[in-house]
Structure formats: structure tokens, C-alpha cells
Design a protein around this ligand. Structure first.
Ligand code: SAH
Length: 257
């Protein structure tokens, strides 16, 4: 039997309309779809009724498959001759372990394609009215993970270093460690008055955005019970959200119906 193919597909941040046309096409042609918990149900529905659906698990949650098992599943399905879509939240190559999965497919000699998606940092910024770059205020953007416990020895993100970049910092998976992250950026010289925002469940009905400063954001987030998934954006450009915040989840839902 000729082996199938695996598409590593970015499903975008939540709003199904942010899916690419290519993602929609390959989903429609899929024999099997292996999906993550952050993928919207409307996106999953684009796979045909006969398509096999495999839940790959919730990261950090009560049910989570080991990465090796996901890799094996993709290889097995492809060896059965199937067209497989591996559907991931956001973009598969941004904090999505898409690199590991592509490497496993390459090692097994399975054909694959990568379909990029709108990553959470771009979506959260756009829907909160935060231009990530600005001619006068920000010439670079950094995508960081806040998942690691910043106090653990040997942590790979050296927060103090990022304080000096004058870049817009977009932090994924950072809610739990926000207090420590903020204090370390301040220790590195980033002013406590630097504008900062958190966007929770960006682009979905649950979308909400909280605006503050580096000095106040952790406390605000705790008071408002901000929970994952949430994007933290730190930098002068975050202040634009005061005037450019345009997204109204309720109205958006009404329009989508
Ligand atoms: N591959 C994904 C990121 C996976 S890591 C991407 O490219 O977007 C999961 C983290 O992404 C979450 O903890 C959160 O920080 C962020 N995230 C994903 N979806 C989000 C959303 N709708 N709103 C805000 N942050 C989101």
C-alpha cells in the first residue's frame, strides 16, 4: 500500500474564520484528523462525517498523551495509506511541538506538509487593537514561553535580557508565572510603567482583554481570575489598546450566525 500523507495544520487562535483556505481544503479531504484541545469545534466540523477523529489531549490537563504516542499515531495512520490532518491551535511551529512531529514523520519516511496558522500572539494583538510593531515605538517582536518556572535553576528564558531589547514581548503560557516574570523584567531594567495587556481566549466568545502596566498586570490578572489560554503583551504599543480595542465578542457571534 502506498503510504498516505500528514498535513501539520495550524487551526488559528479560535475564531474559525481565521483558518486558511488551505487548511479548510485539506480538512475536507482528510481520512483522519488528530486534534488538540485548543481547536474550535467549528473547525473540526470541516472534516467530513466519515473522517476518523483522534483527540491528542489537553496539555497540562488531566488527560494528556505522551508526545511519542502522538508521533506513533501519525506514522501509523499514514502507513495505513490515509490522508491525515494533524490539527493544532494557532501555528504548528510556534510552541506547538510541530517540529518534533515533523521530525518523527521525516524519520519514518512519511510525506508531510506544514500549513501555517494565525498564531495566538498575532491574533490577540489584532483583536485587542495592539500594533505589535510601530515606526516610532517598537522595531521588533519577541515570542516567548512563560511556561517554565522562572525561579528554577537552568531555566532557558533569561527574562532580564529581554528587558533591554525595547521589543514588544508576547508571552505564551505565562499567566501562572506572571508575577515572577514581571518582577524579573523590572529587575532587568524595564520600567514598571511600561504598558502591558493580557488577552484571554482571544478571538472567541470568551475573549476579554485587561490593560495595565508591567507593574500592575500580575495583580490585575489575579483579581480578574485570568485563566489560560491567555496572551501577555508587554511594550509601549500595548497602550494603543486604549483607543484601538475594537472587538466585541457578542456582536461578532451575532454576525457569524
Ligand atoms: N501553537 C499555538 C500556541 C500553543 S501554546 C499558537 O501558535 O498560538 C498555548 C498557549 O498559546 C496558551 O497558553 C496561550 O498563551 C496561547 N493561546 C492560544 N490560543 C489563545 C487564545 N485564543 N487567546 C490567547 N492566548 C492563546
Amino acid at each position: 500500500m502506498t503510504p498516505g500523507i500528514v498535513y501539520l495544520v495550524g487551526a488559528g487562535p479560535g475564531d474559525p474564520e481565521l483558518l486558511t483556505i488551505k487548511a479548510k481544503r485539506v480538512l475536507g479531504a482528510a481520512d483522519a484528523v488528530v486534534y488538540d484541545h485548543l481547536v474550535a469545534p467549528e473547525v473540526l466540523e470541516l472534516a467530513g462525517p466519515g473522517c476518523e477523529r483522534v483527540f491528542a489531549g489537553k496539555k497540562g490537563g488531566e488527560f494528556s498523551r505522551p508526545q511519542s504516542e502522538i508521533d506513533e499515531t501519525l506514522v501509523r495512520l499514514a502507513l495505513e495509506g490515509k490522508t491525515v490532518v494533524r490539527l493544532k491551535g494557532g501555528d504548528p511551529f510556534i510552541f506547538g511541538r510541530g517540529g518534533e512531529e515533523a521530525a518523527a514523520l521525516a524519520a519514518a519516511g512519511i510525506a508531510f506538509e506544514i500549513v501555517p496558522g494565525v498564531t495566538a500572539a498575532l491574533a490577540a494583538a489584532a483583536y485587542a487593537g495592539i500594533p505589535l510593531t510601530h515606526r516610532l515605538l517598537s522595531s521588533s517582536v519577541v515570542l516567548l514561553t512563560g511556561h517554565e518556572d522562572p525561579s528554577k535553576p537552568g531555566a532557558t528564558v533569561r527574562w532580564e535580557d529581554y528587558a533591554r531589547l525595547k521589543a514588544t514581548l508576547c508571552i505564551y503560557m505565562g499567566v501562572r508565572n506572571l508575577e515572577t516574570i514581571a518582577r524579573r523584567l523590572e529587575a532587568g531594567g524595564l520600567a514598571a510603567t511600561t504598558p502591558a495587556a493580557i488577552v484571554q481566549s482571544a478571538t472567541t466568545v470568551e475573549h476579554r482583554r485587561i490593560l495595565g502596566t508591567l507593574g500592575t498586570l500580575a495583580e490585575l490578572a489575579a483579581r480578574e481570575n485570568v485563566d489560560a489560554p491567555a496572551m501577555i503583551i508587554i511594550g509601549e504599543v500595548a497602550a494603543f489598546s486604549e483607543t484601538l480595542d475594537w472587538f466585541e465578542p457578542a456582536r461578532h457571534q451575532a454576525l457569524a450566525r
